[in-house]
Design a protein around this ligand. Structure first.
Ligand code: SAM
Ligand code: SF4
Ligand code: SF4
Length: 342
């Protein structure tokens, strides 16, 4: 296991398999047009699998496939099967907006995917149409059901809570998730790349979410004992009726101190933090004949020098507004949230 300058191990890797998306969530992709990564630069399944193997050799034991929308990548179950066959893997998960999940859930499960997280910000199709420019709400719901029918357990439903958009749906979402046998997780709105319309006023804090849930359920949500010492970003709470919900307070209570997560963009940039300015381009060594040991040495050196704690630093930024303006994002698409994966 390798550790960074703050003693944080490298244990988890989020692999973005594509920067493309079939939705346009306003907190992630608000623009009409985007600069996409050139197709020739996107890593093949062989390259992704090889890199994953090198990361596993360095102590990573959790992989999450994300994007963009990962299910837009053709034949994703083929990649899943390759990764699932790797020794030493404790967890292999997927984060998806769910639109294309129903027809693929069974194949993904059969290929060895262990868990899915499906984004569901609203139960109202007209809100999704207006906010994410997608008419696919029914497809998302079908995806959630298909995941259950395919045998996935421990499914999480993620909602980014935005004031004036979906903050009146907290209870409805908790109830819906419970009926579907899933766990609802609320995410504070983050000022990550892509969120160029971010304002502090639109953030609904964990404290406010808990207060709203307490008002409805007739008592406070109690933190679960296993939050203590956990390296997971979500804190989990038990509501008075026994339902468990997770909250990811990445904006008001950043958890950089326990961050063991690295990211890989679809074109092979290794990022030490969601907020990192730049990444280490692994494509040249990968395509120019470097050995696994040479690539491992690059990764080890980068992680050992890691001092990133982006969200904590942002929490103390004076006059906090959006992290990037449009021109900066256009000049470097790797700063976008949909390119680095969530
Ligand atoms: N397209 C897939 C999806 O939406 O689930 C996977 C990629 S998406 C970038 C991963 C996660 O990032 C989603 O759960 C999304 O809600 C979250 N996300 C995107 N922009 C965000 C923001 N500004 N603040 C907080 N979470 C955000
Ligand atoms: Fe929405 Fe995910 Fe697409 Fe971003 S990548 S626009 S969060 S569906
Ligand atoms: Fe980890 Fe960076 Fe997020 Fe902090 S901001 S939790 S260091 S990815």
């Amino acid at each position: 296991m390798i550790i960074d300058r703050f003693g944080r191990p490298l244990r988890s890797l989020r692999i973005s398999v594509t920067d493309r998306c079939n939705m346009r969530c306003r907190y992630c992709m608000p623009e009409e047009k985007y600069t996409w990564l050139p197709r020739g630069s996107i890593l093949s399944f062989e390259e992704l699998d090889r890199l994953a193997g090198i990361f596993l050799g360095l102590g990573v034991d959790k992989l999450r496939l994300t994007g963009g929308e990962p299910l837009l990548r053709a034949d994703l179950p083929v990649l899943v099967a390759r990764l699932a066959a790797r020794a030493g893997l404790q967890d292999l998960a997927l984060t998806t907006n769910g639109i294309l999940l129903a027809p693929q859930a069974e194949a993904l499960r059969r290929a060895g995917l262990r868990r899915v997280t499906i984004s569901l910000d609203t139960l109202r199709p007209e809100r999704m149409l207006a906010f994410a420019r997608s008419p696919g709400h029914a497809d998302v719901l079908a995806g959630i059901r298909a995941a259950r029918e395919a045998g996935f357990t421990g499914t999480k439903l993620n909602a980014v809570v935005i004031r004036g958009y979906n903050d009146d749906e907290l209870v409805d979402l908790v109830e819906f998730a419970r009926q579907e046998g899933a766990e609802m997780r609320f995410i504070e709105y983050m000022d990550v790349g892509g969120a160029n319309q971010w304002t502090g006023g639109a953030v609904v804090s964990r404290r406010e979410m808990l207060a709203r849930l307490a008002a409805h359920y007739g008592g406070p949500a109690e933190p679960l004992a296993d939050n203590a010492g956990s390296w997971a970003p979500a804190e989990r709470f038990r509501l008075p009726d026994g339902t468990v919900v997770g909250i990811i307070a990445s904006t008001t209570e950043p958890f950089c101190r326990t961050c063991d997560r690295a990211r890989l963009t679809a074109d092979g940039h290794f990022l030490l933090c969601l907020y990192a300015d730049t990444g280490l381009d692994l494509r040249p060594p990968l395509r120019d004949g470097a050995s696994d040991a040479e690539i491992a040495a690059l990764l080890r050196a980068a992680w050992q020098a890691r001092e990133d704690r982006g969200a904590e630093q942002r929490a103390h930024a004076p006059d906090r507004g959006a992290l990037y303006q449009l021109a900066t994002l256009r000049a470097d698409p790797r700063k976008e949230m949909h390119t680095r994966g969530g």
